[in-house]
Design a binder for this molecule. Structure first.
Ligand SMILES: Nc1ncnc2c1ncn2[C@@H]1O[C@H](COP(=O)(O)OP(=O)(O)O)[C@@H](O)[C@H]1O
Ligand SMILES: [Mg+2]
Length: 264
């Protein structure tokens, strides 16, 4: 089970993702913003975790640091038993390409490439063997078997996000990070994306960490972790949409109360 508390044993190989005391600040002295204020968490392999919290609470920073796209000021990040620290940019990039998938709200597909070309691009960039049959198979599984030659601007938002998920799945990463993957989608397309992420966990054994604002989206996860002011502010296992919405309300109260306390 994921646990937000500090972990006395920082490297457990069965854990897909561990953060211990992760801090991240932005800006120069005097105007410093603390985005992550000592975040510790531990997520077992084969789990689906949603991260929720108010705007500015550090959700995206958490994902960027955990995915090795940004570096924390201090603390430890361990992906698939491997610490991220102490690697050069090139080593970090190689590690990311082997072990990590990322799905963005705005899809991040290359407009000049076809669906199939976008999907195999990470393998090409990593210098790995490109198995086109496997790429076609995965694209078929996400419902795009007849769209292989289309370019992104010929697809709906939901279809573009399915390409992004196929692209993330093809590299067989240990952890897939998704930052508001349904944020730009209608309800029905959002549900299709959430079912694909759920299937990535249940059928393919991937570990998914998803930031979302939507209690219904979060209810597809095994556990919700709440962030407030750069800290883990709670955990909800087996979330229902109603329970998540309820918790978010109280989280808002807590943050508002904190802000008032800071002003007076
Ligand atoms: N590149 C950046 N430069 C300066 N401040 C940033 C940067 N990225 C994020 N922040 C700040 O860090 C805090 C957390 O941001 P973020 O992780 O994007 O929150 P969330 O995704 O929960 O909305 C916010 O106060 C935000 O303004
Ligand atoms: Mg964000």
């Amino acid at each position: 089970m994921p646990g937000p508390g500090p972990d006395p044993d920082p490297v457990r190989v069965s854990e897909a993702l561990q953060l211990v005391g992760v801090r991240k600040t932005y800006g120069a002295a005097g105007t410093t913003v603390t985005a992550l204020d000592g975040v510790s968490l531990s997520l077992s392999a084969g789990t689906f975790t949603a991260i929720m919290g108010p705007s500015g609470s550090g959700k995206s920073t958490l994902l960027q640091c955990a995915a090795g796209l940004d570096r924390p000021d201090s603390g430890t990040i361990v992906v698939d038993g491997q610490p991220l620290a102490g690697r050069s940019e090139a080593q970090l990039t190689r590690f990311r390409r082997q072990r990590i998938g990322f799905v963005f709200q705005q899809y991040n597909l290359l407009p000049a490439l076809t669906v199939l070309q976008n999907t195999v691009l990470p393998l090409e960039l990593a210098g790995r063997r490109v198995d086109l049959a496997r790429a076609r198979e995965i694209l078929g599984q996400v419902g795009l078997g007849n769209r292989l030659g289309n370019r992104p601007d010929q697809l709906s938002g939901g279809q573009r996000q399915r390409v992004a998920i196929a692209r993330a799945l093809l590299t067989e990463p240990s952890v897939i990070f998704a930052d508001e993957p349904t944020g730009a989608l209608d309800t029905r397309s959002a549900r299709e994306i959430l079912l694909l992420l759920r299937e990535a966990v249940d059928v393919r054994g991937r570990t998914v960490v998803m930031v979302t604002h939507d209690p219904v989206a979060a209810s597809h996860a095994d556990t919700v972790l709440f962030l407030a002011d750069g800290r883990i502010a709670g955990e909800l296992p087996r979330p229902t949409a109603d329970a998540v919405a309820e918790r978010l309300t109280h989280l808002g109260d807590a943050v508002a109360a904190h802000d008032v306390a800071m002003e007076v």
